[in-house]
Design a protein around this ligand. Structure first.
Ligand SMILES: *Cc1c(COP(=O)(O)O)cnc(C)c1O
Length: 388
């Protein structure tokens, strides 16, 4: 068997659109395909402005600039996340303050946030791990109560929604003042390296475009709103080339189909691993009532780190590339050298026990069954040998 952890899905139209972009003669940033993608996402999210970026990391950096994060400011976020979530705010001189996870699924515990708020707190950043929503009603209420900026690291969450109290569905990425998505090749829709900034706060729209285009008003100039363009603000070159956007545009056209397929795979794992949970060997993902996810990740929780690591080794030896997630940021060498560390027991729990199984569009049913058979065999064998 040779089952990778991820295999980027190609719709087949990527090269067609790239060829078209090349023929158009405009392959630098903010060209036809960038516009097409941005319009697609603006309609999808129902917002006035979306900007393509070269990564989710870039979108997070733009968020830190738009929130005007300065040395002395504090930003509350989970420790259980990818480095980029913290890096973007740390770069602006903020003190990143880590909150623990909920006990039942690995996202920021909405009840752990308020105790961390100080007069220096400027923003909250949430991460929808595995595309499964945080408790956004509680968190938006808290941000409003203390007048804090709210950003969503929605890197994994394209197509996920949140069920509001009145029963309606609201897209993840439309709760925060800003939201950041990733189109890295490991994400549901992808262009190799790419990202998106969703701007839900109208006052940020104009400045966001300036930061995006090297601190200039070039985007407005391009629309004919100004006779020339010049240096107005800080910024960087956050925009991708139009070839990248052309690739991504092909993916946006198939986003619904890709998410449907990933959800099928997710649910098949969930049913085939039910028995292992009933037997007390693993815990399957908990999805709260309010979260409608996008099948981004299927994970299981083992009962100890040593069992988790043995299971990864067992699956890897059989040609199945299972992986763990994340090394908590509060324990990283970089963070510990700068700040004292709090104890975050739920974060450690997920970091030590969580195992991610392969999940990609082309994973077929027989491969998936073989993976689940291996997991079940491992626990039968382990049960016989050591009695755990
Ligand atoms: C993938 C990911 C990122 C980084 O995305 P890039 O596009 O590679 O910069 C950031 N945060 C989370 C939660 C992610 O899963």
């Amino acid at each position: 068997m040779n089952i990778p952890f991820n295999k980027p899905y190609l719709t087949g139209a990527e090269t067609t659109y790239i060829n078209d972009a090349v023929k158009n003669g405009h392959i630098s940033g903010n060209g036809t395909y960038t516009q097409r993608c941005q319009v697609f996402f603006e309609e999808h999210f129902g917002v006035q402005k979306c900007l393509l970026t070269t990564s989710c990391t870039d979108a997070l950096e733009m968020a830190a600039l738009l929130f005007d994060i300065k040395p002395g400011d504090e930003v509350i976020m989970p420790s259980y996340t990818f480095v980029s979530t913290a890096l973007a705010f740390d770069r602006q001189g903020a003190k990143v303050v880590f909150a623990d996870c909920r006990p039942d699924y690995p996202v920021i515990d909405e009840n752990a946030i308020e105790a961390l708020i100080t007069p220096n707190t400027k923003a909250i950043v949430v991460v929808h791990y595995a595309g499964i929503a945080c408790n956004m009603e509680a968190i938006t209420a808290l941000a409003a109560k203390y007048g804090l900026w709210l950003a969503e690291d929605a890197a994994m969450a394209i197509g996920s929604t949140y069920k509001l109290a009145d029963g309606s569905q609201k897209a993840l990425g439309t709760f925060g003042h800003l939201a950041c998505f990733s189109f890295h090749e490991t994400k549901n829709i992808q262009c190799g390296e790419g990202g998106l900034l969703v701007i839900n706060h109208e006052a940020f729209v104009q400045r966001a475009e300036i930061l995006w285009e090297k601190g200039t008003n070039r985007a407005a100039f391009k629309r004919g709103e100004s006779h020339s363009y010049g240096w107005l603000d800080t910024g960087s070159s956050f925009l991708p080339s139009d070839m990248t956007a052309a690739f991504l545009f092909a993916q946006t056209q198939h986003a619904g189909q890709i998410i449907q397929r990933r959800l099928q795979i997710w649910h098949l794992y969930h049913s085939l691993l039910e028995e292992a949970e009933t037997n007390g060997f693993i815990t399957r993902p908990y999805v709260p009532e309010y979260a409608n996810h996008n099948g981004h990740t299927y994970y299981i929780l083992c009962s100890s780190k040593s069992i988790r690591d043995s299971l990864i080794a067992y699956l890897n030896a059989a040609g199945v590339n299972a992986v763990f997630h994340y090394l908590p940021l509060h324990q990283s060498a970089y963070y510990r050298a700068k700040f004292s560390v709090a104890e975050l027991p739920n974060t450690l729990h997920f970091s030590e026990n969580l195992l991610r199984l392969p999940l990609y569009y082309e994973l077929d049913e027989s491969q998936l069954k073989s993976i689940c058979t291996l997991v079940n065999e491992f626990f039968k064998m382990a049960g016989l040998i050591s009695g755990f």
